[in-house]
Design a protein around this ligand. Structure first.
Ligand code: GLY
Length: 391
């Protein structure tokens, strides 16, 4: 079975996107914008009910991606995404019914000890090597920049290339934009088996020319059959679950404007609450919350933003980040021609979304694989992985 790249002049290609998280919806919108007919299948009854809705929404080009010293392509993807984000945010606001809390105040990294200072210095060096602004804030400037900071902050670094968004609001806006663009959103539709012969047949009987797997941490639930009962393998690596516990505090007077990051926690202020995160629990795919962890997160936050000691707790939750064996996204065509992956976005799915959408649309519709995209070939693990489930 082989499927030729689609030419935009050849009429609409029908694409099924499996998964309505930020990656699935962003890809769906870009595919639609370039002329494809798109249907999104989501097993949950709400959009992005997996990792996206639980995300902190930080667009951490400098604070997260620049530190990927051994993965220059990951930084390249983050950099491309950060370039796309201002227009992406404007498009989402224009077509999605309003802004999504996009804020460009940036991040302040703070040190409270010698060990943390070393971490901040490493980040400053990584930013310098990547050409990103990283400005040390002298004590007298610190209070002026961010009046909320208090406590034993010994050094602070301002990263103006970071921004943030409210992930849950973004989801709503993407959903509205998708509907307005004529994308069919089929919620509460788990997709466990896809018939893969001349076309792809979804469980509701609808047929498609291409399938995009944007299933986040639930990739294992989807299987393909060439003939009834005969599995065909995608060759995709299993997604690695990485649990993150988080706390939401009520917005109170004196809250920070910037995202504040310590080595072991972060504070991400939104209009409607202040998020404090997050644990990094590799291999865990449960969403249980440990009250001791919530207490530790609050203590960390309050150690640098004193007013957070008394901010009422609004909610605590855990999300499951979809990781990959090498922690880099898996984007591109699988071993089954016509089946594409947009998986494994780990800690930076919200940031990567517009760049991943661009790569997916380039490959699926135009057969174009850029040098950047080839680094994320989902078959880079030597096709070692068989489909995680057989009929
Ligand atoms: N990007 C933030 C986190 O993964 O917790």
């Amino acid at each position: 079975m082989s499927r030729a790249p689609h030419s935009r002049n050849n009429g609409s290609l029908r694409v099924a996107v499996i998964g309505a998280g930020v990656i699935g919806l962003s890809c769906a919108l870009e595919l639609r914008r370039r002329g494809a007919e798109v249907v999104v299948y989501e097993r949950g009854v709400e959009l992005g009910g997996g990792a996206t809705i639980r995300a902190a929404g930080m667009l951490g080009l400098a604070s997260e991606a620049a530190q990927e010293k051994d993965a220059p392509a990951v930084f390249g993807l983050a950099h491309r995404a950060a370039l796309l984000w201002p227009d992406f945010a404007a498009d989402v606001a224009r077509h999605g019914g309003g802004a999504a809390g996009y804020s460009t105040h940036g991040t302040i990294l703070v040190a409270r000890s010698a060990a943390e200072l070393e971490w901040v210095q490493l980040t400053a060096a990584a930013c310098q090597a990547r050409g990103l602004p990283a400005d040390w804030l002298e004590p007298q400037d610190l209070k002026r920049r961010e009046a909320a900071l208090s406590g034993p902050v010994t050094a602070a670094l301002l990263l103006t290339s970071d921004s943030q968004v409210d992930a849950a609001v973004l989801l709503q806006r993407l959903g509205v934009a998708a509907s307005r663009a004529g994308i069919s959103l089929r919620l509460g539709r788990p997709v466990e088996r896809i018939g893969a012969s001349a076309q792809f047949t979804l469980p509701d009987g609808d047929r498609f020319d291409r399938v995009l797997l944007a299933t986040g941490a639930s990739l294992a639930a989807v299987g393909f059959e060439g003939r009834p009962g005969v599995a065909v393998e995608t060759g995709l690596a299993p997604v690695v679950p990485v649990k993150g516990q988080m706390l939401a505090l009520a917005p109170i007077a004196g809250a920070p404007r910037h995202v504040i990051r310590m080595r072991t926690a972060y504070v991400a202020p939104k209009d409607r609450w202040i998020l404090v995160g997050a644990t990094v629990e590799r291999g865990r795919n449960d969403t249980g919350v440990d009250p001791d962890v919530s207490r530790r997160l609050r203590q960390e936050a309050a150690s640098v933003v004193g007013v957070l000691a008394d901010a009422p707790e609004v909610a605590a939750w855990a999300g499951v980040r979809p990781g990959a064996p090498d922690d880099a996204p898996m984007i591109g065509e699988s071993r089954i021609p016509g089946v594409y992956a947009a998986l494994g976005h780990y800690r930076n799915g919200i940031l990567f979304a517009p760049a991943t959408a661009e790569i997916v649309a380039d490959q699926m519709l135009d057969g174009k694989v850029t040098a950047l995209a080839s680094a994320f070939d989902p078959l880079r693990f030597d096709n070692r992985f068989e489909a995680p489930h057989s009929p």
